[in-house]
Design a protein around this ligand. Structure first.
Ligand code: HEM
Length: 186
């Protein structure tokens, strides 16, 4: 593997080795993926590895965030890699053809005006650190790879956040979702 800290490309690898131990995998919608013991997060262009699955995404620009929301997020969002944040969640998500058939303004209206994704999410910051990776344009099986880090005492809050988001209009367009919980083992 070549590792390049500056690259927008990230590969989440489910295998026998990796810094994160996979504690459980729940399929919320659609097809499952294979079992794996560990999760390894590789930056840059990865070479072939022996693994159960390798999911690729790229850090990209925001699509729906307004200037005001961006300022609000920047004021409170924590970085990844905090020492106390030993709990992680990788949640790969695919949205339906109906979602992608909508225009940008219609998607924004569902995402924020009607589902309040950013407004709800902001309530959980700075407890939860997050990173969104886009996969759709890479021809991957999921559209997004969402990654979260938090301290063990904030796991209940994270679960509460998930209940609220999954209950929203936006989530009616989610047709594949797997919730992979991991713990840092070094
Ligand atoms: C921790 C609090 C959270 C905050 C502050 C937050 C914030 C955001 C923001 C600002 C965006 C929009 C980026 C853009 O403008 O393109 C976004 C997108 C997204 N978030 Fe969250 N989020 C949070 C939690 C979550 C959770 C728990 C999930 C998954 C279960 C999730 C899944 C997604 C997905 C899939 C997108 C892409 C939506 C799309 O482009 O259609 N988010 N989030």
């Amino acid at each position: 593997m070549t590792s390049d800290a500056q690259s927008p490309l990230v590969t989440f690898v489910g295998a026998d080795t990796g810094a994160w131990q996979i504690e459980r995998m729940s399929v919320l919608a659609g097809e499952p993926i294979g079992e794996a013991k560990r999760l390894d997060i590789q930056r840059g262009v990865s070479g072939p590895v022996s693994c159960s699955w390798a999911l690729r995404g790229a850090v990209s620009h925001v699509r729906y965030t307004t200037r005001e929301e961006s300022s609000n997020l920047n004021a409170v969002q924590p970085p990844l890699g905090r020492v106390e944040a030993v709990c992680g969640a990788l949640i790969p998500i695919r949205k339906s053809a109906a979602w992608w058939a909508l225009a940008q303004d219609e998607r924004r209206a569902i995402y924020e005006e009607r589902s309040h994704h950013t407004r709800i999410g902001l309530e959980y910051l700075p407890r939860i650190a997050r990173k969104l990776h886009h996969s759709r344009d890479l021809g991957e099986p999921f559209d997004f790879l969402t990654w979260f880090e938090f301290a063990p005492e904030h796991a209940p809050a994270f679960n509460d956040l998930l209940v609220r988001l999954r209950d929203s209009e936006e989530w009616r367009y989610v047709d594949r979702e797997i919730d992979i919980r991991v713990r840092l083992v070094g």
